[in-house]
Write a protein that binds this ligand. Structure first.
Ligand SMILES: Cc1cc2nc3c(=O)[nH]c(=O)nc-3n(C[C@H](O)[C@H](O)[C@H](O)COP(=O)(O)OP(=O)(O)OC[C@H]3O[C@@H](n4cnc5c(N)ncnc54)[C@H](O)[C@@H]3O)c2cc1C
Length: 431
């Protein structure tokens, strides 16, 4: 690599960086990806949900080749109180495909496979290469460094794809370190269980999977949620909350996850499982309102490093891939014009604005602020709904009419103004 000036250097071999590198290489540009982990995905123990339709656009035919765990046929949204669980379930045989809607994947395996598709397109990927800073000349980014003279690499453009808490985006002045209100902290575990046990406990057909999102006591009522995803022979379980709420409440996510696993409704699902991986990770949740700059002379930022996460829809990986693609399209146009200046790279913002990334992030721009201002949402409502369900379901000789009146009184005890504000505010922030 001595003295070579690449068309592009991509920092980070997650879905954002790999998609950018793959598209650039496929268009004939010289591109190198630098990844600090032993291999792409090695730093990511997350079991997560991967949506089929967007993934097909970035890796056509992936279902036949990629390491996938289970097609997700059931989605549950649950509320936990101290002693109870209630909620909604959607299960469809149609989700078993074809076409499948989503798969559970182990990111350490999927990311490795996905990086291979970029290599096949001609991108060079260098693992165990931690970038510590950008190189600058005349106010523009001209490369990256690992901190010693031998570790300097030059390119006409740098794609910053180093994930949440992006050191390089901060170094580039694209945004400051995210504030505690702009990010969530999540603890997650991978728990090994035999496939048949998973299918029994989650009442699943052989080979099919379920995804649970769990609110309320799963986070001590803080703004966030717990999740459980079934893999082939393991369960991904995690929980987390807005960092600001964790700091203010003095709670920590390790205790939160232990408590979630011990909850009487959750414990039977993970019983006798062996924890084989554990980690904690940040998720950028500042969204549209708190988005930083997305490009400067000689550099663009993609994926989590740019804050492209839609926590409502559990969309991160697909937004990372799409932003990588739009960054690549911008760079390909810049190469054709032989101009990598900020004026040319501003095309990236136009492409993002036309895409569902910005449209969706704009649409949900007020949701976090709305929910954060109402700490009672995930505490009071699960409790009242659970009390109402218990009253309704308990057969104890009390006439139905009286039970209905009891239930009405439970809801009437909620402060009315607050209730109206919650409903109207919630609708306003979503519509
Ligand atoms: C617990 C949890 C559960 C999630 N579940 C889902 C889900 O179910 N579905 C979904 O769509 N999204 C989910 N997400 C979000 C999703 O994981 C991210 O949005 C997505 O991984 C972002 O991709 P990325 O390429 O931008 O960053 P990453 O995947 O974080 O990749 C960044 C890469 O850069 C490397 N890197 C970092 N710094 C350097 C450096 N200085 N030098 C070189 N390399 C560096 C890292 O090692 C890493 O490989 C989840 C996130 C978490 C934390």
């Amino acid at each position: 690599m001595d003295g070579e000036v690449f068309d592009a250097i991509v920092v980070g071999a997650g879905p954002a960086g790999v998609t950018a590198a793959k598209d650039l290489a496929a268009a004939g540009l010289s591109v190198v990806v630098l990844e600090r982990g032993q291999y792409p995905g090695s730093k990511n123990v997350s079991g997560s949900i991967l949506y089929r339709q967007p993934t097909e656009e970035f890796a056509p035919g992936f279902e036949a080749e990629a390491p996938l765990e289970r097609p997700i046929v059931e989605q549950r949204y649950l509320l936990l109180t101290d002693d109870a669980m209630l909620g909604g379930v959607y299960r469809s045989t149609r989700f078993a495909g074809p076409p499948v809607n989503a798969y559970s994947v182990l990111r350490s395996e999927f990311d490795r496979w996905y990086a291979g598709t970029a290599e096949a397109a001609g991108a060079e990927i260098y693992p165990e290469f931690t970038v510590t800073d950008l190189l600058w000349e005349d106010g523009r980014v001209v490369g990256v460094t690992t901190g010693d003279a031998d570790g300097e690499l030059r390119a006409r453009v740098v794609v910053i794809a180093d994930g949440a808490n992006s050191l390089l985006a901060q170094r580039a002045g694209l945004h400051k370190e995210w504030e505690p209100i702009e990010q969530a902290l999540v603890a997650k575990e991978l728990i090994a269980l035999p496939a048949a046990t998973i299918e029994d406990r989650f009442a699943l057909p052989v080979g099919q999977g379920a995804a649970y999102e769990v609110f309320g006591e799963s986070t001590w009522g803080l703004l966030g949620y717990g999740f459980i995803y079934t893999n082939k022979e393991s369960i991904s379980i995690g929980t987390g909350a807005l960092l600001q709420d964790l700091i203010e409440s003095g709670r920590n996510v390790n205790d939160m996850l232990d408590r979630f696993k011990r909850h009487p409704a959750i414990a039977p699902l993970v019983r006798d499982g062996e924890t084989i991986e554990y980690s904690a990770h940040l998720i950028p949740e500042g969204g549209f309102k708190r988005m930083g700059r997305l490009f400067i002379d000689g550099a663009l930022v993609v994926g989590d490093a740019a804050g492209f996460v839609n926590p409502l829809n559990r969309e991160g990986t697909n937004l990372a891939m799409l932003s990588g693609r739009l960054a690549a399209r911008t760079i390909i146009e810049a190469k054709a014009r032989d101009d990598f200046s900020i004026a040319t790279l501003s095309r990236y913002r136009e492409l993002l604005d036309e895409s569902h990334i910005m449209k969706d992030l704009f649409k949900i721009r007020n949701v976090t602020g709305f929910a954060h201002a109402r700490p009672h949402l995930l505490r009071d409502y699960p409790r009242v709904m659970s009390d109402a369900a218990r009253e309704y379901l308990t057969v104890d000789g009390v006439p139905m009419k009286e039970k209905q009146a009891n239930i009405a009184r439970m809801f009437a005890r909620l402060p009315k103004r607050r209730l109206v504000g919650d409903v109207l505010g919630g609708l306003r922030s979503m519509i």
